[in-house]
Ligand binder design. Structure first.
Ligand code: HEM
Length: 260
């Protein structure tokens, strides 16, 4: 390829994407190596990369909304929606693992658990579901704690959305007022155009994470039955209790009050 296509003629695909160091990051713990441990690590690392991109788009969305650039905000939420479709179904690749294959190396990763995923918690906090007791579980991990504290203290996507509605003349003073404002928007989609599309993308984000939770708990039960988690919870029982977590409860509730 001729040099004018890029400034560095020596730059290659492998160099640009850092493929060599990337392939050194899958460090198995089982010895002799358990066949399925590589799949287990790659799935988790892929999720963490997608979480990073989702956070990048949500942070951008918050910025665009604050600037009242809703076309751009909606575009970033569309990217989130497309990625979430991938991550909701991606879990099935891990479901192929035989429970006995998982048990071969499960003890080695104890007490590590997805419960400690810093980026999943960033995603929850920044979307609108902040939980001080979860923040406290990161107290011994300085790097994660600082990042999460910043997200805990900063405005979430939900806060940013309600501030947008307030700037546009909607009453957002309390929960009931917010629900009533959403009912007005749902009743007249064309009148509220970009705000209507945004609330639709936000409820879809909520739905996608709920679907992820649901697929994850089914996969966990298929793999472990009712065994305790490596993170110390009772496993399926705990995960089932998280299924109704919502970032935008008002958007869901408004559907109940909408009439023709
Ligand atoms: C064989 C595969 C897996 C098993 C058996 C498993 C099991 C569990 C269990 C039992 C918990 C509850 C906490 C605990 O006591 O450990 C949990 C939480 C969690 N796992 Fe997994 N998991 C698996 C794969 C994954 C994957 C691929 C991800 C992707 C990132 C993931 C992300 C999470 C997250 C974010 C939580 C916290 C959920 C919450 O607190 O709402 N897990 N997992």
């Amino acid at each position: 390829m001729s040099a004018e296509y890029g400034k560095d003629p020596l730059l290659s695909y492998n160099e640009y994407l850092q493929v060599r160091p990337l392939l050194e990051l899958q460090r198995t713990l089982s010895d002799p190596v358990s066949h399925d441990e590589l799949l287990f690590i790659i799935i988790h690392q892929t999720y963490e990369l997608w979480f990073r991109q989702i956070l990048h788009e949500i942070d951008a969305t918050i910025g665009w909304i604050n600037e009242d650039r809703l076309f751009r905000a909606n575009h970033s939420m569309r990217v989130v929606q497309a990625i979430e479709r991938v991550i909701v179904t991606q879990i099935h690749a891990l479901e192929t693992m035989a429970p006995i294959g998982f048990l071969e190396f499960r003890d080695k990763l104890n007490p590590a658990s997805g419960f400690q995923s810093m980026q999943f918690r960033e995603l929850e906090f920044t979307s609108g579901a902040k939980d001080e007791s979860i923040l406290a579980t990161f107290a011994d991990d300085d790097f994660a704690y600082r990042k999460l504290k910043e997200r805990f203290d900063g405005p979430s996507l939900a806060d940013t959305f309600w501030a947008l509605l307030s700037r546009n003349g909607f009453d957002t003073s309390d929960h009931a007022a917010r629900v009533a404002s959403i009912v007005k928007i749902l009743a007249q989609p064309e009148r509220h155009e970009n705000i209507y599309v945004l609330q639709d993308l936000l409820i879809e984000h909520d739905e996608s994470i709920a679907l992820w939770r649901s697929n994850h708990v089914m996969m966990v039960e298929r793999m472990l039955g009712m065994k305790r988690g490596t993170g110390g919870s009772d496993g399926v029982g705990y995960l089932t209790s998280t299924l109704r977590k919502k970032f935008f409860p008002e958007l869901w509730e408004a559907r109940t009050h909408l009439t023709a």
